[in-house]
Write a protein that binds this ligand. Structure first.
Ligand SMILES: [Zn+2]
Length: 256
């Protein structure tokens, strides 16, 4: 009589950049794994260093299996099964759209995203628990380089930022979430993320330098931190910089 195998062999094939997250010895993307038949695939994939938030699609023995990843508990995998694992082409957005919360090491990226007009929370003293909680309760995408943080079940939307260089980080996030590649200045405060409001010149006149008073008439104010913004030379500079950052940061061969 055939008894179910106590352990089965699985063959994982990771594609399109997911292999970069594997341990060094497995960067080819092909991993053999021995496990119990009903082991959760989330657990197996994360044991290899790949957070569940990175997995877009899976195939089981060549057949697309859209819900395979989440329905893994109770799924009867067989000895010798092959699982192909792909990242998102364009990652899904939470119901509220492209709104982010960033970990303590991504301050520069937060400013760049605010330049694009994206609602991007950042503090340099967030604890891990708090980051996961904010992402979950506010339906925000958690951006971090800490994969352990993304492996928390409560984090539904997240992205493991690969590069250390902020311009390249911006390009990664723009590509992954298909964000508009244009600066949208005067929507968000670059300092504190609060939405800006137009303000009459007279209201901020006393705070302006003589040349700014003379040459500019349109102003915006952050109601939270009181920072004043206007279309000075920094405005053109910022528009150009965003385009340059994205262009510079885009991978030469973008397969996604
Ligand atoms: Zn502000």
């Amino acid at each position: 009589m055939n008894q179910p195998a106590a352990q089965i062999n699985l063959r994982f094939h990771f594609h399109n950049g997911l292999e970069d997250l594997l341990p060094a010895a497995q960067r080819s993307g092909q991993v053999q794994m021995v496990c119990a038949p009903h082991q959760s695939i989330k657990h197996l994939v994360e044991a290899l260093g790949i957070p569940h938030t990175e997995v877009g699609q899976m195939c089981l023995n060549g057949q697309p299996a859209a819900d395979l990843f989440l329905a893994a508990a109770g799924l009867a995998l067989k000895d010798g099964d092959r699982l192909d694992v792909y990242p998102y082409g364009r990652a899904p957005l939470p119901a509220g759209g492209a709104r982010f919360v960033l970990d303590n090491h991504l301050g520069r990226l937060a400013i760049y995203l605010r330049m694009l007009g994206c609602d991007s929370l950042y503090r340099n003293d967030y604890q891990d628990e708090e980051l996961a909680q904010v992402a979950s309760s506010e339906g925000r995408i958690l951006l971090t380089r800490d994969r352990r943080l993304l492996m928390r079940k409560s984090v539904l939307y997240g992205y493991c930022v690969r590069h250390k260089d902020p311009p390249r980080q911006l390009a990664e996030v723009v590509l992954r979430y298909d964000l508009p590649c244009q600066a949208s200045p005067f929507q968000r405060c670059l300092r504190c993320n609060h939405p800006l409001r137009p303000v009459p010149k007279a209201e901020v006149l006393e705070r302006l330098e003589p040349l700014t008073r003379q040459y500019f008439d349109e102003f915006h104010l952050c109601p939270a931190c009181n920072q004043v913004y206007w279309k000075g030379s920094h405005y053109e500079h910022m528009l150009g910089m965003i385009q340059e950052l994205i262009k510079k940061g885009k991978p030469e061969q973008d397969e996604r």
